[in-house]
Design a protein around this ligand. Structure first.
Ligand code: SF4
Length: 81
């Protein structure tokens, strides 16, 4: 499933650059993950890169966007052609 950023976000900007899919943008007041672009880093890395760098531990699974590993891989491939 895609990940989401919860209200504990401090808008520190640490997660934007590590995302292989450019899925994270600055929202108002907190940052936002585009579920159409987040693959949980499937296709690019072994672990979600944004969770690794987030100092606020505010990036969590998004229950509204359940997806299998196969669906996440297909999403990655469609994003990167
Ligand atoms: Fe981007 Fe990976 Fe975080 Fe999803 S899990 S938002 S693809 S860094």
């Amino acid at each position: 499933m895609a990940l989401m950023i919860n209200d504990d976000c401090t808008a520190c900007d640490a997660c934007v650059e590590p995302c292989p899919n450019q899925a994270i943008t600055a929202g108002s007041p907190i940052y936002v993950i585009d579920p159409a672009k987040c693959t949980e880093c499937v296709g690019a890395h072994d672990e979600p890169q944004c969770i690794d760098v987030c100092p606020a531990d505010c990036i969590v699974p998004d229950p509204m966007h359940e997806e299998s590993p196969e669906q996440l891989k297909a999403k990655y491939e469609s994003l990167h052609g």
